[in-house]
Design a protein around this ligand. Structure first.
Ligand code: BGC
Length: 367
């Protein structure tokens, strides 16, 4: 059944996406060298530059590098959080003749509209990082997002246990209600927190989603939470941007450092908040690996080959279909292993260890 779907999808792609010498299924997808076949162009649409620092820095940089290394032309654009702009960019890429379209949707509805148009034009499609529900993309590349949430939940439990708070009130600042990843993160952290609420170890506090992961709105929401629940002792914030928004409010109330806050993305700001003792943990997702995996699929498809690098499938909960996918492993980061993120080359010591953080960096073994 799974194989059947996979084969069908792949055959469909070969029929429509083939650009050069056909019938040659040479092992592709690693994207090294300038390629043995004429490759088509790849279009990539990233979502915004505000919901997380990652999109404008990490993803853009790593994707560009991967396509350049393979000698495959890539048009990488950012929709700046604007759904109309997202559609316009997609229309432009489709009419410019891209062979592959890779998107990070702003929501599943507008994402699906774009994927449908691309498919109708015979273009292969890849969901990058966020699954477009019922979107029918040919491939999906992301992290194990439930595990991301579990790491956040476990991190918060550890930080709160260390503080020895009795029945601490925990607030949850969830990601965008229209991002399937936010649903998966919440599934992960609630699988850790719900039993703690149930057995009385923790007290369930306010719980709200932040539209479009808007960090400023996240701050406003958290301020309201804290005003009506002065007793909040822990914050499950779904990413570093939302975590920082909560930390800013805690600082105004002189509560930073006393109220553990979680995050995600291992942004420079998040890591500095950890070094300062204001943030409990973040989740490092090696975006280079994600960009490399997605571009390997895209490069292979752009050459009219059948990709061989999907490692499994995930079920689209809306359509019930299995989507060939690559899901990578996230890593929990606390003060004790911030240095791992530097060692991996994701952030540099120069970016992280600015004068204000020089001592904390040394203490954390970053040299
Ligand atoms: C991504 C996160 C990111 C968030 C906001 C999610 O879909 O997986 O890495 O922080 O969107 O952009």
């Amino acid at each position: 059944m799974r194989k059947g779907l996979f084969a069908l999808a792949a055959a469909g792609l070969l029929a429509t996406g083939s650009v050069a010498a056909c019938g040659d299924n040479t092992e592709g997808g690693t994207g090294t060298g300038s390629g043995d076949k004429a490759a088509g162009k790849v279009g990539v649409i990233l979502p915004d530059t505000k919901s997380s620092a990652r999109w404008a820095t990490a993803d853009l940089t790593y994707l560009k590098a991967a396509f350049a290394a393979a000698g495959v032309e890539a048009d990488i654009q950012n929709a700046q959080g604007d759904k109309t702009q997202f559609q316009t960019l997609a229309d432009g890429m489709i009419s410019s003749g891209v062979k592959v379209l890779m998107i990070v949707n702003l929501d599943s509805g507008t994402g699906k509209a774009v994927l449908d148009k691309a498919k109708a034009a015979g273009i292969a499609t890849i969901d990058y990082d966020r699954l477009t529900l019922n979107g029918g993309a040919n491939y999906y590349v992301s992290f194990d997002n439930v595990k991301v949430g579990e790491l956040q939940g476990q991190g918060l439990v550890e930080c709160l246990t260390e503080k020895k708070y009795v029945k601490p009130v925990v607030a949850e600042l969830n990601g965008s209600p229209t991002d399937n990843n936010a649903t998966l993160f919440a599934q992960g952290y609630n699988s850790v927190l719900d039993p703690k609420y149930a057995d009385g170890t923790f007290t369930k506090g306010p719980n709200q989603s932040v539209p479009d992961w808007d960090n400023a709105q996240g701050g406003t929401i958290f301020e309201q939470m804290l005003t009506s629940n002065k007793n909040i002792k822990g914050v499950l914030a779904a990413n570093d941007g939302l975590g920082n928004a909560a930390i800013s409010v805690l600082k105004k109330n002189k509560l930073n450092g006393q109220v553990p806050v979680t995050g995600q993305d291992a942004t420079v700001q998040g890591l500095q908040n950890i070094l300062a003792g204001d943030q409990c943990m973040t989740v490092y997702k090696a975006i280079k690996k994600e960009a490399d995996a997605a571009s390997a699929l895209a490069i292979s498809l752009a050459k009219g080959e059948k990709p061989t690098t999907a490692t499994g499938t995930i079920k689209d909960p809306d359509s019930g279909k299995d989507v060939p996918s690559v899901l990578l492993d996230p890593q929990s980061i606390t003060k004790a292993n911030v240095k791992d993120v530097v060692a991996d080359g994701f952030v540099t010591k120069a970016e992280l260890c600015t004068p204000d953080f020089a001592k904390a960096c040394t203490d954390a073994g970053i040299s």
